[in-house]
Design a protein around this ligand. Structure first.
Ligand SMILES: Nc1nc2c(ncn2[C@@H]2O[C@H](COP(=O)(O)OP(=O)(O)OP(=O)(O)O)[C@@H](O)[C@H]2O)c(=O)[nH]1
Ligand SMILES: [Mg+2]
Length: 356
């Protein structure tokens, strides 16, 4: 299954690359690939429940979920972020992590530091990149209509609705579109429609980000999840052995590495949960949306399992971890047989019964 794609965007010199380094650094060194000037790093989603299930089942294969971070290289020169030039590339993102500079006194352009202003200007750049696309498209459809071609009229209405929202200073993220409306504009991969979380890159004098009050308030008002960490400090901590990391984090009043916090925040922002499959062959995590039912979950594993779905044998991982085997869970009456409409819960261990 493709990893969750989280693109790091932000103003110039906000610390995107420093944050990326903190996320992909390991005691064995950094792991990343490149795509043009951009850098891509894939990490495993930490999950203590899955690790315990591995210890119990001792499978041949252990497959945690994955997240790919992308360190976006902004086009050189020009005003603003240059997102229009990166439209196709950014369009592939599942979500954006918007890095905001919260260290030092001046920003990358030499102006007094203004984290809230920086956040807002990057969000505006996303919307402006969309607006360019929308206006071009509206013009094209209007020309078609003049020539008597009316097949794009339903799409025109949706494009206009999006344009009106942006013109009114609203985010496409907050625009209610029906499933049909969404389908009509899906191929445009609007950047300001994607979920966003914010990362305050704070100085090492404030590693927990206690001085980010204004940014915190602005994010809360916009419904954007925010986390704060000091990227260079976290990159240094990530080079240490796990045992040393714990002590170091504690010294700075932190409980978890930045990578783990960011991944958890991304799951929250995107409304994602994990369910697990276990056995001798593999212990594996699968990512679905909160609210997805058992058939959708089955379809993640294989389309055949969704098509021939009969039932999902389900037990919460906490219970399986306590009882150790499915047989013990069954004996205690804790292994449930769930039907198609069962809403899968975070941490469920599921075995799909399906017709071949
Ligand atoms: N003091 C301090 N400096 C930082 C921090 N994070 C980044 N920097 C410095 O700020 C500068 C810009 O950081 P980058 O990570 O390159 O920023 P960027 O957003 O990737 O920049 P571009 O890709 O050029 O747009 C570098 O000189 C970093 O060393 C931080 O938390 N504290
Ligand atoms: Mg960079």
């Amino acid at each position: 299954m493709a990893a969750l794609l989280l693109y790091l965007i932000g103003a110039r010199s906000a610390g995107k690359t420093a944050v990326f380094d903190a996320l992909i650094q390991t005691p064995e060194g950094p792991h990343f690939a490149t795509k043009g000037a951009h850098r891509l790093g894939t990490v495993k989603v930490p999950d203590a429940r899955l690790a315990t299930l591995r210890d119990i089942f001792q499978p041949k294969k252990y497959i945690p979920a994955e997240v790919t971070f992308v360190d976006v290289a902004l086009p050189a020169g020009g005003e603003g972020s240059g997102f229009s030039q990166l439209n196709a590339f950014l369009g592939e993102a599942d979500a954006f992590a918007l890095v905001v500079q919260a260290f030092g006194d001046t920003d990358g352009a030499g102006k007094p530091l203004d984290p809230v202003g920086q956040l807002e200007s990057v969000l505006l750049d996303l919307a402006m990149a969309d607006l360019e696309k929308i206006e071009r498209r509206i013009e094209k459809i209007e020309q078609e209509v003049k020539r008597g071609l009316k097949q794009s009229l339903p799409e025109l209405a949706v494009q206009q609705k999006c344009k009106d929202a942006i013109d009114a200073g609203r985010s496409l993220r907050d625009l209610e579109l029906t499933a049909d409306e969404q389908k009509l504009v899906a191929s445009f991969c609007f950047l300001s429609h994607k979920r966003v979380l914010a990362v305050a890159n704070v100085g090492d004098g404030d590693p927990a980000g206690e001085k980010c009050e204004a940014l915190r308030a602005a994010c809360a008002e916009k419904g954007i999840d925010l986390l704060a960490f000091c990227a260079p400090l976290e990159a240094e901590i990530a080079t240490l052995s796990p045992a040393d990391q714990a002590g170091f984090l504690k010294d700075y009043g932190l409980t978890e590495p930045a990578r783990d916090r960011l991944i958890r925040t991304a799951y929250h922002t995107l409304n994602l949960i994990s369910f697990f499959t276990v056995g001798e062959d593999e212990v594996r995590a699968w990512t679905i949306r909160r609210g997805d039912n058992a058939v959708t979950a089955a379809g993640k594993i294989h389309t055949d399992l969704a098509r021939g779905f009969i039932r999902a044998e389900t037990v919460a991982s906490e219970i399986l971890i306590e009882k150790k085997t499915h047989a013990a869970c069954r004996e205690a009456g804790l292994l449930r047989l769930e039907g198609k409409n069962y809403v899968v819960q975070d941490g469920d261990v599921i075995e799909i019964r399906a017709n071949a």
